[in-house]
Design a protein around this ligand. Structure first.
Ligand code: SUG
Length: 463
């Protein structure tokens, strides 16, 4: 049976805004308070999705969460009508309102970790929604993520959606952004590579630690995900992120390395003991796949300093297979604007001895200003044809659905949003109308709490 990697991209939500909520994420810290353009952000994301679909890859869509999250505000003590809740929150706790309005759920690399059926003991595809404990505005995402995943991966003979890992801060889990899977092709038994920033249950002095920014992912959380996904000892390994990288703004490992099939593309300062990490990966990969080559493309700091890697988001490129043995990097346009990175990429493609043969640049500036590049915007789900056929067809991006979604964004999204707008009941109303229509377009039924409260169906169809 054929197996493919399906890139599920998060559709940017109508309340995309810059709130400076993520300490340790340099772009978010820099742009807090700036006006955003949700329409442009969503269209930039859709253009990237269309390009990947046109390359012949499987591309799908994950809907945004409803924001501001009225459930969050109500759970924290605000009451009355929705408009009253928004008004009171804006007056008494403006920071809470802004956090509850973050469209951060668009970075679906943090939505969950995934293990394909070829790798798991029970032969099902496993998902664990990330708990995102490290940041309040992201910790409100898991319930909706689980509802959405259950609506899409609804056949429980093929798919299992676990509960997010429990245990508070000690079990901080940021999902697939700290996880990569290696295999000769997507359909093979895969090697799961988990990257953590710290160990939560050991004495602090037993491992290298950050000085400036806190690490988000614990080893214990990664280990729990591996166990939940019924992976074996032979196909699981763990590595620690370099604390200096976290301190330079590498808040997730996908800001400093990316993998695909038999390739790891990484910065030499990504990990603690990088040589040992690569040796371990090579050894395990060779044991599982005798005779298959493993490429570790190490990028030296003298060619691309850590600062340029973080500024350009080079490693947050998507690395995708476009033909057997041939891969393309889907990179942010910021890489072209960073001279050393641009030169590095030109040399990489020219040298012709690595599987990376093409680089395509995308303007994702609306997302980038919050620290989200091409790879942050997608969740990779490897599916065989039978599993793919079990999905609601509306979530797969086609020319037709791309045109419909583009029209939907143009119809519903504002082209400018500031924090003052977030308390506007009209914005909430617009958002709900848009999302209600979206679940119809994607064929998902009711997935949002406001839909179960009896919102009338959308009145528009697209042809
Ligand atoms: O968690 N930014 C996100 C960016 C996530 C990027 N994802 C990956 N690397 N996979 C974060 O820091 C900023 C929101 C704000 O400041 O308005 C934010 O949440």
């Amino acid at each position: 049976m054929k197996t493919s990697e399906v890139n599920f991209d998060g559709l940017v939500g109508p309340t995309h805004n810059y709130a400076g909520l993520s300490h340790g994420n340099v772009a978010s810290m820099t742009h807090g308070g700036a006006a955003s353009n949700p329409r442009e952000a969503a269209l930039q994301g859709l253009a990237k999705m269309k390009f990947l679909a046109d390359l012949g890859l499987q591309q799908a869509v994950l809907p945004p969460h409803q924001r501001p999250s009225l459930e969050t505000l109500r759970a924290l003590g605000f009451s009355g009508s929705d408009a009253e809740v928004l008004r009171a929150a804006a007056r008494q706790a403006p920071k809470l309102l802004v956090a509850s309005a973050s469209a951060s759920n668009m970075w679906v690399a943090n939505a969950a970790t995934v293990a394909p059926s070829a790798d798991t003991a029970d032969g099902r595809v496993h998902f664990t929604p990330a708990n995102l404990m490290a940041k309040f505005h992201r910790s409100i995402e898991p319930p909706q993520t689980a509802r959405t995943l259950r609506a899409i991966f609804r056949d429980d003979t093929r798919f299992v959606i676990h509960e997010p890992v429990r245990g508070g801060q000690a079990m901080g889990d940021e999902g697939a952004a700290n996880h990569t899977r290696f295999a000769p092709t997507h359909g093979h038994y895969g090697l799961h590579f988990f990257v953590h920033g710290h160990r939560a249950l050991d004495a602090p002095q037993t491992m290298a630690r950050t000085k400036r920014f806190a690490s988000r992912q614990s080893l214990e959380a990664s280990e729990a995900v591996a166990r939940l996904h019924e992976l074996g000892e032979d196909n699981t390994c763990h590595a620690q992120q370099a604390p200096a990288a976290i301190d330079a703004g590498v808040f997730h490992n996908d800001v400093i390395s990316v993998g695909n099939e038999n390739v790891l593309f990484y910065h030499e300062q990504a990990f603690v003991h990088p040589e040992a990490v690569v040796t371990d990966l090579r050894r395990r990969f060779a044991k599982l796949n005798p005779g298959d080559e493993f490429f570790a493309l190490r990028v030296p700091a003298r060619q691309v300093p850590l600062k340029d890697a973080v500024r350009s988001y080079l490693f947050n490129s998507q690395l995708v297979t476009v033909a057997p043995g041939e891969m393309a990097l889907i990179a942010p346009s910021d890489c072209v604007e960073t001279p050393r990175v641009r030169d590095y990429l030109r040399a990489l493609v020219d040298r012709g001895d690595s599987p990376v043969r093409q680089v395509h640049f995308f303007d994702l500036k609306q997302s980038m200003r919050n620290g989200g590049g091409p790879a942050c915007l997608r969740l990779r789900v490897v599916l065989n044809d039978a599993e793919l056929a079990a999905l609601p067809p509306g979530v797969i991006l086609t020319n037709r659905s791309h045109a419909r979604l583009t029209a939907w964004v143009r119809k519903h999204y504002r082209d400018r949003l500031t924090h003052a707008d977030l308390a506007d009941p009209q914005l909430l109303e617009e958002t709900r109308r848009a999302l209600d229509e979206l679940t119809g377009l994607l064929g998902l039924g009711s997935i949002y709490p406001f839909q179960s409260a009896g919102t009338p169906p959308a009145d528009t169809t697209y042809r």
